[in-house]
Design a protein around this ligand. Structure first.
Ligand SMILES: *[C@@H]1O[C@H](CO)[C@@H](O)[C@H](O)[C@H]1NC(C)=O
Ligand SMILES: *[C@@H]1O[C@H](CO)[C@@H](O)[C@H](O)[C@H]1NC(C)=O
Ligand SMILES: *[C@@H]1O[C@H](CO)[C@@H](O)[C@H](O)[C@H]1NC(C)=O
Ligand SMILES: *[C@@H]1O[C@H](CO)[C@@H](O)[C@H](O)[C@H]1NC(C)=O
Ligand SMILES: *[C@@H]1O[C@H](CO)[C@@H](O)[C@H](O)[C@H]1NC(C)=O
Ligand SMILES: *[C@@H]1O[C@H](CO)[C@@H](O)[C@H](O)[C@H]1NC(C)=O
Ligand SMILES: *[C@@H]1O[C@H](CO)[C@@H](O)[C@H](O)[C@H]1NC(C)=O
Ligand SMILES: *[C@@H]1O[C@H](CO)[C@@H](O)[C@H](O)[C@H]1NC(C)=O
Ligand SMILES: *[C@@H]1O[C@H](CO)[C@@H](O)[C@H](O)[C@H]1NC(C)=O
Ligand SMILES: *[C@@H]1O[C@H](CO)[C@@H](O)[C@H](O)[C@H]1NC(C)=O
Ligand SMILES: *[C@@H]1O[C@H](CO)[C@@H](O)[C@H](O)[C@H]1NC(C)=O
Length: 795
């Protein structure tokens, strides 16, 4: 059946008219004909499955009492000139105020007395499930305290291209690790009462041509069905399983169809397969057609107006006359959209509200994202409510736990009694001369880098820079020390001079990226290269030329290439700190001087050269819809390096410790639940996240880890699975990990469960997860390239 006839069948099934196909979908350019999205209609109505039963029942009752206009008001944004970045309409008749929607995935954006948490990528670098939850909970508390109903995070797009501008907001290059980080973050945030919004659904892996705001060229992410399920949708499925209230559809297209109008991804994968019970919210101006977006499954239109720069953008009264609002009422009146669809949209929104308990004394909004002034026209808009609690301590701990030691010839941990003269080089060691919030949305790279730029940012309440933290620590221990910081990145003569005198040197360098609406040093969101900014390599050279004990500390938004200098014998250590948030310097000091034994591990591969990676940013295109085909398919990140036998500089999962661990006594057993839940019955047991039998443990795995060194420390044990040859999987895929704190000379037993989901592959023909039969290999290691134990099981 051709797409056109499929379209007609779908629409006729709905009783809708064929002339609504205006915005659906673009014709595929020659050579891309197979990359088209099928129609999946109608949108599935919320069922109240699993833990959603009472919330959905209450939502239904509430919605049953509303007029069409009131229901539409819940679904449509009222512009961005209000107190939050997104604000729905209100229901004055019931004294029901509008919902407040606010960024970001690392804190509350556009306010004060709120924390700047480590970026998503840092919590992935900890590989610590509890920290993932704790960070989510603390952020949830802050959003709650500010009166935010819906927090716009976590972001869980995959780090498919290393230069991708927003990779740092997410959790790296592996869906299983990202899945855990997403599940725990959502669980934590929502336990604090705020509705989490997992984003950007889906295929939003680069900034160039990502669309939005009426952009002319918008890329199409062409993702095959199996790769969609096994890689890109996996973390979103985990969010749904965690009970996420909201999913944000993205700006880009998937298979030629706009993400917020793609019935296959929204109705099909999210609402049918994954049994999603919450609501789908559009990214800001991601909707470009009224009926298509509604019928395809989007439930909330943000921020309400059609495009930035239009008169309605700054007119809250008419913002609701965008594609929805008044027009949604028209769509019901003229028969394009059944009123039952609007009922379902409003019910899903209210279900999330009841599920999170927001009907019980939820705090009112007490800040204003448009101004820091306390009063506007005599009206109190900013109460400056302090929501930080003791989160600074949590932030410091996550920062230290996420710090990855890549190289250490023995200088670390620094013995503070041993050195008399420190040289500290690079602007990344010090403060931003314009202040920690000197650049709007952190859209510059000045001073130490602790956060990327764009809507994924927040204001710093303070920022402890490395130079200040090291100075304060060293002088508290060893007052008779010389410590010289040079923050000018280009004064090589001064650096040479100090380096020649110092007995320990620390070079700080960074690489920044962010969201595409801000360009920094010619980088339009995505990075142009994988090298260091501000001539970082030259600073390293200027130090190593004279200082045989040079420690390099990197604050980067993604992988950088290190080949020019990493093997230099005078580089005695390399620390990878990414974007640690407000306690940056303190977190670093904790690791540098040994208060904390490092345990961070890479959430992506660091290659020897950029061309070793499987995919890259598409920077230029003359197509109206630039085609980004995910040709590497399942072979994202380390799976590519393993499949092609490419030697990375530092593999996925790598990170050094100050102690040593030995692994022993692997055992594997079948749990047996697997037989009790035959696959063919899966559809009768569906719950949010997918068929319930997928989440029973099929096999148990245990092994011992012994801390054989002299320091206490934590080890991240990793389980990689090798599928039977016939399954067509990459050589190994991450399917388990656990971070275990083990005292020196002690042994811990690590027990991991392999869920049925973990040993399944997505079968395109049957459109279901199936367990391939054959021999599976269980590889337990300290990184993806440091496998310590091997075992097998047979299915
Ligand atoms: C995109 O097209 C590919 C190739 O035909 C197909 O496997 C996949 O299911 C499609 N995905 C969507 C969301 O349309
Ligand atoms: C619906 O409205 C009726 C009449 O106004 C009222 O009695 C009832 O409590 C309302 N129900 C809900 C769930 O608001
Ligand atoms: C819809 O929301 C707007 C903005 O809050 C409000 O002014 C208007 O009265 C609401 N309409 C209805 C029918 O409740
Ligand atoms: C409406 O809500 C406000 C704020 O919660 C409250 O002060 C007021 O008393 C309410 N009015 C009615 C009529 O319920
Ligand atoms: C129905 O109304 C909507 C919203 O105004 C409009 O986009 C659509 O073209 C209309 N359809 C028909 C068949 O009139
Ligand atoms: C890479 O980009 C950064 C930031 O724009 C720039 O400072 C640096 O010079 C670039 N590197 C190369 C090798 O061009
Ligand atoms: C740094 O030194 C290495 C090794 O000598 C050299 O290959 C590289 O070009 C130098 N880089 C810069 C920016 O000076
Ligand atoms: C290492 O440092 C020493 C000074 O201690 C210097 O003489 C030597 O050239 C440096 N080596 C390299 C490879 O930079
Ligand atoms: C650096 O050079 C000094 C002086 O030659 C030497 O004592 C020291 O051991 C060297 N340090 C390293 C880390 O090689
Ligand atoms: C599977 O489903 C069939 C048909 O609904 C039912 O007869 C059978 O008992 C189910 N089996 C199990 C193990 O639940
Ligand atoms: C386990 O198997 C992997 C992959 O075949 C191999 O590289 C590794 O050396 C093996 N390790 C042990 C401890 O047997």
């Amino acid at each position: 059946m051709g797409l056109f006839s499929a379209l007609l069948v779908g629409l006729c099934a709905l009783g809708a008219r064929a002339d609504i196909l205006s915005g659906m979908p673009d014709a595929a350019p020659p050579g891309y004909e197979e990359w088209m999205s099928p129609l999946v209609l109608p949108a599935k109505t919320v069922t109240g499955d699993g833990p959603w039963a009472s919330a959905v029942a209450r939502a239904r009752q509430f919605v049953a009492n509303l007029t069409l206009e009131e229901k539409v008001n819940l679904t449509t944004g009222a512009g961005t000139d209000n107190r939050c970045v997104g604000n729905t309409g209100s229901i004055p008749r019931l004294n029901f105020t509008s919902f407040c929607l606010e960024d970001s995935p690392l804190g509350v954006r556009f306010t004060d007395f709120a924390s700047a948490f480590p970026a998503g990528i840092n919590v992935a670098m900890t590989w610590d499930k509890q920290m993932m939850y704790d960070r989510g909970y603390a952020m949830g508390q802050e959003h709650y305290g500010k009166g935010v109903n819906m927090a716009l995070g976590p972001m869980t797009n995959m780090g498919r291209v290393q230069a991708g501008g927003r990779n740092w907001e997410g959790f790296g290059g592996d869906p299983y690790l990202s899945g855990w980080a997403t599940y725990q973050t959502v669980s934590g945030m929502q336990a604090a009462g705020v509705i989490a919004t997992v984003k950007h659904y889906i295929g939003n892996e680069q900034e160039h041509y990502r669309g939005g705001g009426g952009a002319y060229q918008v890329y199409s992410s062409n993702i095959d069905d199996r790769t969609m399920h096994e890689i890109y949708a996996w973390p979103f499925a985990e969010a749904v399983r965690a009970g996420v209230g909201s999913v944000m559809c993205s700006y880009n297209k998937i298979n030629q169809t706009q993400a917020c109008q793609n019935s296959k991804t929204l109705n099909g994968i999210l609402k049918e397969e994954l049994d999603f019970q919450g609501f789908i919210m559009s990214d800001w101006t991601a909707i470009i057609d009224g009926p298509d977006s509604v019928l395809a499954g989007t439930d909330m239109n943000m921020p309400g107006f059609m495009a930035y720069g239009q008169p309605e953008e700054h007119d809250p009264a008419t913002a609701m006359y965008g594609y929805w609002g008044y027009n949604l009422i028209q769509m019901v009146y003229n028969g394009t959209v059944p009123e039952s669809r609007v009922d379902d949209m409003a019910t899903r929104i209210m279900a999330a509200y009841y599920k999170m308990g927001q009907d019980k004394n939820y705090p009112a909004v007490n800040f204003d994202q448009t101004t820091e002034d306390t009063y506007v026209n005599g009206v109190l808009v900013n109460e400056h409510v302090n929501v930080m609690g003791t989160h600074g301590q949590t932030i410091r701990e996550i920062g230290a736990a996420s710090t990855i030691v890549l190289k250490n010839t023995g200088v670390l941990p620094i013995d503070v009694t041993k050195y008399k003269h420190y040289g500290i080089f690079g602007s990344d060691a010090g403060p931003n001369p314009d202040g920690p919030n000197g650049c709007s949305d952190r859209g510059c790279d000045q001073g130490t880098l602790a956060m990327g730029w764009g809507s994924g940012s927040a204001n710093f309440p303070y920022l402890i820079d490395p130079l200040a933290a090291i100075t304060s620590f060293v002088y508290s221990k060893e007052p008779d020390t010389v410590l010289e910081g040079i923050l000018n990145d280009y004064n090589y003569a001064a650096i040479n001079q100090v380096a020649s005198q110092a007995d320990i040197c620390l070079v700080f360098a960074n690489a920044d990226s962010g969201e595409g609406y801000i360009t920094v040093d010619n980088n339009a969101g995505d990075r142009n290269n994988l090298t260091l900014w501000h001539g970082g390599e030259a600073i390293v050279n200027a130090s190593t030329a004279y200082c045989n004990n040079t420690i390099v500390v990197l604050h980067t938004s993604g992988a950088v290439t290190l080949e020019e200098w990493v093997d230099n014998e005078n580089v005695t250590a390399v620390l990878y700190s990414a974007l640690p948030g407000q306690e940056s310097g303190n977190s670093l000091v904790d690791v540098l001087f040994g208060a904390v034994t490092p345990s961070g591990k890479l959430p992506y591969t660091i290659a020897k050269q950029r061309s070793d990676y499987p995919a890259d940013v598409v920077y230029t295109s003359d197509q109206t819809t630039p085609q980004i085909t995910y040709e590497e398919a399942l072979k994202i990140d380390y799976r590519w390096f393993d499949s092609l036998g490419i030697e990375p500089r530092y593999p996925f999962g790598f990170g050094l410790s100050y102690t040593t661990f030995e692994y022993s006594e692997l055992s594997i057993w079948e749990v047996g639940l697997y037989d009790q839940y035959p696959y063919s019955n899966a559809s009768s047991l569906v719950a949010p996240g997918g068929p319930t039998d997928l989440f029973y443990t099929a096999f148990g795995v245990s092994f011992h880890v012994t801390n054989t060194g002299s320091r206490d420390g934590a080890e991240v044990s990793q389980l990689y699975l090798g599928f039977p040859e016939s399954a067509g999987e990459p050589p190994k895929v991450l399917r388990g990990f656990e971070k275990t704190f083990i005292k020196s000379q002690n042994t811990a037993t690590v027990v991991l469960g392999l869920l049925k989901h973990d040993i399944s592959i997505w079968d395109v023909i049957s459109q279901s997860w199936v367990v391939p039969s054959g021999t599976f290999t269980v590889m337990i290691g300290s990184s993806s390239r440091d496998i310590r134990l091997n075992g097998t099981f047979v299915v």
